[in-house]
Design a protein. Structure first.
Length: 240
C-alpha cells in the first residue's frame, strides 16, 4: 500500500494517507496511483462523475472505475486525494461517457472482533446512500432498521428500534439546522440519533453534534461510513 503525507488546508493538521487496495477481477491487488506533491482539495460540492477514477491493474492491464481516494479530517473537512490520470481504453480524453463500475468493492476489516467484517454497498445514487447506512446500522447491532418506501417528507432517512437516523446524500456539507432537527426528532421520540453525510459537515454543525452527543459519520462511495467525532467513535467501538 502507498502512503502519502496530507495536510488539511482547513486546520493545517498533518495526516499520513494510506491508499485503499481493491482486488481486480483477475485477483491482483489494485490501488489508485496517488499523485505525490499535488495539493488536496476540500470537497464542498459532489458530482457523481468526479467521484470515480480510472485505475489500471498492473497484473492484467484491465481498466476499471474505483472510488476517488478521500480522507476525513477530524476538523470535519472531507479531502479529495489527487491521483495520476489513466486513460481508459476505448475512451477519448474529455469524453462524457461513463464506463461500467465494479458491482462490489470489498474493504479491509474495520470492526473489532467478534463483530464480522462489514460488507459495504457501493454508492451510485442517493437511494444507495440510504441503503448503505441501513446496512451499517444493522451491522452495528440495531434491530428492525426500516428504509422509507419513497422520498421522505422530512429529512429523517431511517428508523430502527430505539433510533432515528438521517442520511444526507446532497452535495453540500450538512448544515447546523439539519443536526438540530434530527436531535429534536429523536428527543420527541425518546430515542437516540445518528447522522450520515456524503459531503461532510459544516464546522458549526459538527460542534453542535459534539455538544449533543450525536454520532456523525461520513460515507465515501465505497459505502463504508467513517466516524468523524467522539460519539461516532464510541458507537463504532461498542455497537448498539
Amino acid at each position: 500500500m502507498e502512503s502519502v503525507p496530507v495536510r488539511c488546508p482547513a486546520c493545517r493538521r498533518d495526516h499520513a494517507y494510506l491508499t485503499p487496495v481493491y482486488p481486480c477481477p483477475c485477483g491482483a491487488p489494485t490501488a489508485p496511483p496517488l499523485l505525490r506533491g499535488a495539493p488536496v482539495t476540500p470537497i464542498t460540492h459532489r458530482t457523481w462523475n468526479d467521484d470515480w477514477v480510472t485505475v489500471r491493474c498492473r497484473g492484467c492491464g484491465r481498466h476499471d472505475q474505483w472510488p476517488q481516494p478521500e480522507l476525513c479530517c477530524p476538523c470535519g473537512a472531507v479531502l479529495r486525494i489527487p491521483v495520476r490520470p489513466v486513460s481508459a481504453p476505448g475512451r477519448r480524453a474529455g469524453s462524457s461517457s461513463r464506463p461500467a463500475r465494479p458491482s462490489h468493492i470489498p474493504l479491509p476489516r474495520t470492526a473489532p472482533a467478534p463483530r464480522p467484517a462489514f460488507r459495504p454497498l457501493t454508492i451510485r445514487t442517493a437511494r444507495d446512500a440510504v441503503g448503505a447506512a441501513a446496512l451499517y446500522l444493522t451491522w452495528l447491532g440495531y434491530r428492525d432498521v426500516v428504509q422509507p418506501a419513497g422520498r421522505p417528507a422530512s429529512r429523517i432517512g431511517l428508523r430502527a428500534a430505539g433510533l432515528i437516523a438521517q442520511v444526507d446524500s446532497t452535495t453540500r456539507p450538512t448544515a447546523l439546522r439539519d443536526v438540530e432537527c434530527l436531535w429534536l426528532h429523536a428527543l420527541n421520540a425518546s430515542v437516540s440519533s445518528v447522522f450520515f453525510s456524503l459531503a461532510g459537515y459544516a464546522p458549526d454543525a459538527r460542534e453542535r453534534a459534539d455538544g449533543l452527543g450525536i454520532p456523525l459519520f461520513v460515507m465515501d462511495l465505497t459505502g463504508t461510513p467513517q466516524p468523524v467525532n467522539s460519539p461516532a467513535d464510541e458507537l463504532l467501538s461498542t455497537g448498539a
